[in-house]
Ligand binder design. Structure first.
Ligand code: ZN
Length: 232
């Protein structure tokens, strides 16, 4: 349907075009090419949408070891999130220090026990609700929203799914509310950054013979709904 175009709207359009040209937008509204990766735990805020960036401590902040060989960058956006639990004992230490120590423990297990080049998961969520980067490069990729690093958290999905490890074992008990709340925030932000629909959040047992992530799997419909509500 065509409508008459007034002189006023033509002028307004010209102004908007001028503004767009001056901003020199980057693809998908992401950070400009060449932007330096974050180097502190308090990562810079990016504004791709309505979900604010949660605090995610990067590898340097929690004292990660360097990878034993370079991580691989996958030149495409992930299409899903896979939720895990670590199956570690349910600690009652909800401190940030414990979250960092837990990230180191997982990395040591994955590198020294499994022989992997780095942590297998992309991100980790503590029982106190603190988020940390897992495999090196995962946070930089998430903030830019265009690529991902290849993980090692779910066979067959490591080049297309972001893996989030939730500390603890939830076969018989529910996770603390703080863990649940930060999981919702993390998933909403990740869905926003990568354009992943909230419906594409799964549990490890959807792709492998495992009880991971326990009762969190039963709550995936609730998680998807909460994430969808935040995405708006
Ligand atoms: Zn798992």
């Amino acid at each position: 349907m065509s409508v008459p175009v007034s002189r006023r709207s033509v002028l307004r359009g010209a102004v908007l075009l001028g503004t767009a040209g001056a901003l020199a937008p980057t693809p998908f509204g992401g950070p400009a090419a060449g932007a330096a990766p974050p180097t502190t735990g308090s990562t810079p805020t990016t504004a791709l949408g309505r979900v604010d960036q949660p605090v995610i401590a990067n590898c340097a902040t929690w004292g990660a070891r360097p990878p034993s060989s370079p991580v691989s960058v996958v030149e495409n956006r992930p299409n899903k999130i896979i939720v895990h639990h670590t199956a570690f004992p349910n600690s009652t230490d909800y401190s940030l220090a414990h979250a960092y120590a837990n990230s180191r423990e997982i990395q040591n297990l994955h590198m020294d026990g499994n022989g992997w080049l780095d942590s297998g998961q992309h991100f980790t969520n503590s029982r106190g609700g603190q988020l940390t980067e897992g495999r090196h490069g995962s946070l930089y990729a998430l903030l830019h929203g265009q690529t991902m690093v290849q993980g090692a958290h779910c066979v067959g999905q490591n080049s297309q799914a972001i893996g989030i490890e939730n500390d603890g074992i939830y076969v018989d008990v529910q996770p603390p509310q703080a863990l649940w709340d930060s999981l919702v925030v993390f998933c909403a932000f990740t869905c926003q950054q990568y354009g992943i629909p909230a419906s594409q959040i799964y549990g490890h047992k959807d792709f492998a013979s495992t009880q991971c992530p326990g009762l969190l799997h039963d709550r995936l419909p609730e998680l998807r709904s909460a994430v969808a509500a935040r995405l708006g």
